[in-house]
Design a protein around this ligand. Structure first.
Ligand code: NDP
Length: 341
């Protein structure tokens, strides 16, 4: 990160730069302490939440800002080259929080976020997506918060992305009727033809979102998976069924608006429709990771769940890939390939 980015406004590629530092010794420096881990980064994950960390916040807020002049941080997949940490040894493959750089020295608390990868018979990049943080997000949000039942009507916004594509497939496996919105024809085709959604629409081509939702859900929506916020949320509130649930996963349309977030006008419908709204943060649920793997790995291996990734090649492609999340440039989970396996 070059310098802090204002809370309002789109992040730009030029907010970041790729630099080469002098030669490094590929061993744990003494100051890393006895529990540090030296890793070679293989894949990095682009996540909307990284935007928030480009802005300087008061220490009391939920976000921990990146430090200008230092590599930005995020989820990634890496190989352990050296370790003083009791949980890891040389040669282990891990996923968790790392730096956007070729090699990272991870000390506590970052080293404690690492999870050793036990299953390597799937693409390793999946641990940035379906088998990593976004996959867990879809899993806990859908099964722990949405209370899904067979035959219910499910609507997902930003449906073709890292989280959305998986929520839709979980909902189909649960026997729900699933419609997603996305920002291009290509993405809507993926929803219908690759992920098995019942229907999908391009929200950018719908002048009246309320009318569009009425067309796709004439009987109303039981479960709304909220990824975008703003106008979409307002239209959804008019179309919820009595006793419906809204899992508030994120509101990407608001992340670049700073203090000027759009007003939501239809909140009063929550009362008449007796809708339960719940926000959640995936790290609160990481203890469920083994249970999640037990469910998802067989689905992947049997081809019952598929996952689309968008792989940018090389660290240099990282800044464009990250800011592209906010214009919908990514088709599927946005990954940066740092070192080919
Ligand atoms: P995606 O892979 O879906 O990428 C972001 C997508 O958001 C873009 O491709 C674009 O798709 C859409 N988008 C961007 N700007 C807008 C806008 N102004 N209005 C509507 N859509 C927009 O990202 P993820 O799947 O990783 O994340 C989805 C959501 O989940 C985000 O809100 C994220 O913050 C949240 N999240 C929350 C977590 C939690 O713990 N609660 C954990 C992980 C993610 P399109 O072309 O369709 O517009």
């Amino acid at each position: 990160l070059r310098e802090y980015v204002p809370a309002s406004g789109f992040p730009k590629e030029s907010d970041m730069c790729v630099t080469t530092t002098g030669t490094i010794k590929l061993k744990l420096p003494d100051q890393a302490g006895s529990d540090g881990v030296l890793v070679k980064n293989l894949y990095l994950s682009c996540d909307p939440s990284q935007r928030s960390r480009m802005t300087k916040y008061e220490p009391s807020t939920h976000f921990v800002s990146f430090q200008p002049g230092l590599p930005i941080r995020g989820y990634g997949v890496a190989e352990v080259l050296d370790s003083g940490h009791p949980n890891f040894e040389k040669g282990d493959l891990v996923w968790g929080i790392t730096g956007w750089e070729e090699y990272s020295v991870l000390t506590k608390p970052a080293a404690d976020t690492l999870t050793k990868i036990q299953h390597t018979d799937v693409p390793l990049s999946y641990y940035t997506g379906i088998l990593g943080m976004p996959g867990m997000t879809a899993y806990v949000g859908f099964y722990e918060i949405c209370s899904p039942k067979k035959g219910q009507y499910v609507f997902i916004s930003a449906a073709s992305g890292a989280v959305g594509q998986l929520v839709g497939q979980f909902a189909k496996l649960q026997g729900c009727y699933v419609v997603g919105s996305a920002g291009s024809k290509e993405k809507v085709d993926l929803l219908k033809n690759k992920f098995g959604f019942d229907d999908g629409f391009n929200y950018k081509e719908e002048p009246d979102l309320n009318a569009a939702l009425k067309k796709y859900f004439p009987e109303g929506i039981d479960i709304y998976w909220e990824n975008v916020g703003g106008k979409m949320l307002d239209a959804v509130l008019l179309n919820m069924k009595i006793g419906g649930r809204i899992a508030v996963c994120g509101m990407i349309s608001q992340y670049n608006l700073g203090g000027q977030a759009e007003g939501v006008h239809n909140l009063m419908y929550l009362v008449a429709k007796r809708v339960r709204v719940e926000g959640f943060l995936v790290p609160d649920y990481y203890h469920l990771y083994p249970k999640f793997l037990e469910l998802v790995l067989p689905y992947i291996k049997e081809g019952k769940i598929v996952y689309v990734e968008d792989k940018a090649q090389g660290l240099e492609s990282g800044p464009a890939a990250l800011v592209g999340l906010f214009t919908g440039r990514n088709v599927g989970k946005q990954v940066v390939v740092v070192a080919p396996e």
